[in-house]
Design a protein around this ligand. Sequence first.
Ligand SMILES: Nc1nc2c(c(=O)[nH]1)N[C@H]1C(S)=C(S)[C@@H](COP(=O)(O)O)O[C@H]1N2
Ligand SMILES: [Mo]
Length: 437
Amino acid sequence: MKKLDKNQTQGIYKYYENNPESADEKIFGRVSYPDRRGFLKGAGLATMAAVLGGAIPFHRNMPAGIIPAAFAEGLDNVVIEGKDGLTVLNDRPMNAETPPHLLDDDVTPTKHHFIRNNGIPPMQADPASWKLTIDGLVDKPLTLSIADLKKNFEVVEQQLVVECGGNGRAFFDPKASGNQWTYGAVACSNWTGVRLADVLKAAGVKKDAVYTAHYGADTHLSGDASKLPISRGVPMVKAMGKENLIAFAQNGEALHPMNGAPLRLVIPGWPGSCSQKWLKRIQIRDQIHDGPKMMGTAYRVPNRPIAPGEEVAKEDFEIIERMPVKSLITSPQTNSQVNGSEAMIRGHAWSGDRMVKKVQVSIDFGATWMDADLAKPNNTGAWQTFKAKVKFPQAGYYEVWAKATDDKGISQPFAIAWNPKGYLNNTFHRIALIVKG
Ligand SMILES: Nc1nc2c(c(=O)[nH]1)N[C@H]1C(S)=C(S)[C@@H](COP(=O)(O)O)O[C@H]1N2
Ligand SMILES: [Mo]
């Protein structure tokens, strides 16, 4: 786990300074009992274990409100259990991204799947007792266990891209507030579950249905039980797509606690925020959903091109639907050295709900481009892998740029289309190489 810098670690100490007991709860979701013994279980315990780097056998004895000794030396050794090599951007809530070279696999291993939490993961995440409710504008509301889902619906496995709407935010100027994601708030794991559409059909969606509303079991950072950290939805036409899953397995195993165990939605190609983790309820609505992070400027962009820094009225923001065409160079790692005059460039490309038609790479700052070999996606919603052998004319410093074009002829731009919240940055990915010749 990468070191956190001073500014990042300050957060955690401030919470402990102000109110140690609520700090526990806010950071780890720990419940303090009156006898001042901390009591952690389920994902709350998992979060703490994740941050500390191992399960805590004597967690029942752990006094509430103490700063774990692991932090006394700073957060240098922060390890998220079951994750490897992620860069922590925020410890409250936990947000961590993956460096591009760790996304080189065609199917992203769970240990390299990023984490984007808006609140505190639930303490109870028992797959045996978990229930999902489908209600609202349906003929027959359903309450289903995970066993019911497996028994009553076709179980399918699909490689699906989840990308945060704010991926690339770090490169906006003027800066946009929020997690400063660089490249790695994206992944394409292999998900197992049942089709969202099949479950909705079984419930019988009524004619006047417009939108879904997704609810998870995580809690608000404030500790206020009446508030939800996030509840988003998608239009019925998207919800009925065959690509969307209600998933109970990730790469053949139970979901990682930070990726929504035991049950989540995976809505590929749309902002990751549509893919509710710790999924408890899907309500069918007769209007566009108005849950937390649906309204105002959250996951919305201006309805017209604007100048960097320009103020935009709230009513001029529209909901982000599909994610734009994008590519990522995953090998070689940036800033690495090339011995010889050739390098094999590898990476992935995707375009929400569309196919990528072409990926090109440039080693001369975009003056000339060559076509990369581009594989077909494994299934709808998966990313496509590209590779290209490039030849360097002489030793020196090079940048390799990649540019994807989708089946509607839309390419990644060179310059950032600025927007106030820093969403949808799909400019070229660039890596630096030192060619020794
Ligand atoms: N319940 C719940 N679901 C959630 C979130 C959350 O905070 N709570 N974050 C969303 C956002 S903004 C993203 S980008 C994805 C990230 O999924 P991951 O953490 O598994 O990578 O989960 C989405 N689902
Ligand atoms: Mo996100």
